[in-house]
Design a protein around this ligand. Structure first.
Ligand code: LLP
Length: 467
């Protein structure tokens, strides 16, 4: 029997840091909540030894901790229960990681799902998510996607005039119930996050310009085949400030009051997602509880002030639900020492399984999972294996001395890693396992070389003749 102890009891100068295990908000932790070190000095997650997982499932490997994911879902729901006196629904923004198992877990805890494409919608439906809990976003949904949405019975979050007109014409001959839609508006709220992941400022490709709100409401109020049941906004991602969401809540309640003047039966407000997570020690996001509290209090206060009854409150976090629940395990390979300049160590993945550092200059933390109590003795740059100089996972990481074959674990890889993964340089995408109580289940099978050429077609005239 392997004895374990929770991460956090070691001295400073060691590989891992104190974490608060009781009532902790997963988005504030560097490690998944079940992370521990066993008597072999190896990192365990969900009761599974990470080095054993790599032996069994291969490397690189996404390791998703079910307990952390479920805890984050529950914390959103508990906080809404605590702070919001009206109806509410938490949606999982599945763009963070859309696959059958993750959608099924989110749904099993009672969450709805936010999807942004026919592919995400299809996956959610296949995972058994009830269509009345699926919300379909996107700034350029195709006519086929809209038809699929109508057929499946999910709620379409309408983003622009073209979509509104397409829906009006797709539904005009229908004798069934009017189609329920939500409207996405751009709130004109600035927040401090990377430019690419800011969406709420006026110069954004998403949502209706709020200066056109009267025209939009007037148009919808004349469409017998469409009912507008809710309003939506999302201001950005990886946000640590609470003020922008507080401001958002009151702007949205103003829109709600306006919708009422057009006789629209708007009963739902969706404030989007955006709460950040701790990727490194210097990140300090608010807890899930604190984020939900600010929003609930702002919505309640604004409704009271305007004498409006409380809408059903929706939020749709992605990163803060799943980001901290997953780590990626890599195998250490080559080392390049450039005296006085830098030491690179290379791993067997990189920008194809985690494109965030090269895309957003995102920072991550890593540990050597097979020597958890080893002292930190060197500063190295962790490089991927792609033919691209910018394929660097972590600059200047503090690590113990590594050897080829060591297992390097990068934390906080649950959100926007697998979902943005590619086959650049024809690397097969890694497998993903779900760990819980000492059991590991494959949730995404590793791609094979055969998978890589699966969609390729070789015209007959190019088939090499053996002569
Ligand atoms: N709702 C809408 C309409 C969104 O556009 C997003 C994220 C979310 C909810 C979820 O936001 P979250 O809670 O995850 O912050 N690839 C980027 C992030 C892009 C976020 C896009 N929209 C990254 O890796 O940082």
């Amino acid at each position: 029997m392997v004895s374990t102890h929770p991460i956090g009891v070691q001295d400073s100068g060691r590989q891992y840091l104190p974490i608060t295990l009781e009532n902790s908000s997963p988005n504030q932790e560097l490690f998944p909540l079940t992370a521990a070190v066993n008597s072999r000095d190896c990192l365990e997650i969900g009761g599974c030894d990470v080095t054993a997982l790599v032996q069994e499932f291969g490397s690189p490997l996404y390791i998703l901790d079910e307990e952390t994911l479920r805890a984050s879902c529950r914390q959103y729901q508990d906080a809404l229960e605590r702070y919001y006196p009206g109806e509410f629904q938490v949606l999982y923004a599945s763009k963070a990681w859309n696959c059958l198992a993750v959608c099924a877990i989110a749904a099993s805890v009672g969450l709805g799902i936010d999807v942004v494409s026919g592919g995400e919608l299809y996956t959610s439906l296949q995972a058994g998510v009830s269509p009345n809990k699926i919300y379909f976003h996107g700034n350029n949904k195709s006519s086929e996607e809209l038809q699929l949405a109508i057929k499946s019975g999910c709620t379409v979050v309408v983003d622009n005039w073209l979509e509104l007109h397409t829906l009006a014409s797709l539904t005009q001959d229908s004798s069934s119930q009017p189609l329920s839609i939500m409207l996405r508006l751009t709130p004109g709220i600035e927040c401090h996050t990377h430019e690419y992941i800011r969406t709420g400022h006026l110069d954004s490709k998403f949502g209706f310009d709020p200066n056109q709100i009267d025209e939009v409401f007037a148009f919808i109020s004349k469409q017998p085949s469409i009912t507008c049941i809710g309003l939506h906004a999302h201001i950005g991602s990886q946000i640590f400030e609470k003020q922008p969401h507080q401001d958002l809540a009151s702007v949205m309640v103003d829109w709600l009051a306006k919708a009422a003047t057009y006789g629209l039966p708007v009963q739902e407000l969706n404030v989007g997602g955006g709460l950040g997570i701790r990727y490194t020690e210097s990140d300090d996001p608010p807890s899930i509880d604190a984020w939900v509290k600010v929003i609930c209090e702002a919505v309640v206060a604004a409704c009271l002030e305007k004498n409006l009854s409380l809408p059903k409150l929706l939020c749709e976090p992605g990163r803060s639900l799943i980001g901290s629940a997953c780590v990626t395990a890599y195998t250490v390979g080559s080392r390049k020492v450039i005296p006085e300049i830098r030491t690179y160590i290379a791993v067997d993945g990189g920008m194809s399984d985690n494109p965030r550092p090269i895309t957003y200059q995102s920072c991550y933390r890593a540990v050597v999972a097979n020597r958890m109590s080893a002292p930190l003795t060197e500063t190295v740059t962790i490089a991927g294996k792609h033919c691209e100089s910018g394929d660097i996972l972590i600059k200047d990481a503090q690590l113990p001395k590594t050897e080829p074959g060591d297992i390097l674990v990068v934390m906080g890889t649950g959100a926007y890693n697998y979902s943005m993964a590619s086959n650049y340089n024809r690397l097969p995408r890694p497998a993903a396992v779900l760990v819980c109580n000492g059991e590991a289940n494959l949730i995404i099978r590793r791609e094979t070389y055969q998978d890589l050429i699966q969609q390729d077609c070789l015209p007959e005239k190019l088939v090499a003749k053996s002569e």
